[in-house]
Design a protein around this ligand. Structure first.
Ligand code: HEM
Length: 117
């Protein structure tokens, strides 16, 4: 059964552009993780003000393995709070662009996509 893990990011209005830039320049390693199924960065436009980082995984174990991997750490190099500005991989600035993060977890009960014919 697939699971959905959503990281909910609180982003100050002046940091919105920065966080979107960071995701535009993200490491792109998650695509190669075992059991990875989907990723979306969702910008709040109605009813909420937090960004959602939507991910779907084949299983809980696959998600846990990714969070403990080098790929996860590398994919969060810019987000790491203790990284001094100007080091790392050359895009964006150091330090966190989000002022808060909360993890939501779900099991996929039903799902559908467009009919193909
Ligand atoms: C303290 C917690 C977290 C914060 C503040 C955070 C923030 C960020 C930021 C700003 C980026 C853009 C890249 C960068 O700036 O380094 C990023 C990448 C990403 N984050 Fe997080 N994140 C956190 C934890 C998580 C968790 C628990 C998940 C699981 C759903 C997640 C999913 C992702 C994914 C899929 C990427 C793209 C990585 C890639 O392309 O390989 N993050 N995160």
């Amino acid at each position: 059964m697939s699971v959905v893990k959503i990281n909910v990011l609180t982003v100050n209005p002046e940091m919105r552009e920065e966080i979107e830039k960071r995701f535009a320049g993200r490491a792109g390693l998650v695509e190669s993780a075992e059991g990875f199924e989907a990723f979306e960065l969702l910008r709040p436009v109605e009813g909420q003000d937090r960004y959602l980082v939507y991910t779907r995984w084949r299983s809980e174990e696959d998600f846990q393995r990714w969070t403990q991997s080098q790929a996860f750490q590398h994919g969060h190099a810019q987000a790491a709070a203790d990284r001094p500005a100007g080091h790392g991989h050359g895009h964006g600035h150091g330090g966190p662009a989000a002022s808060g993060a909360e993890l939501w977890g779900f099991e996929v009960v039903e799902s559908a996509g467009p009919k193909r014919g």
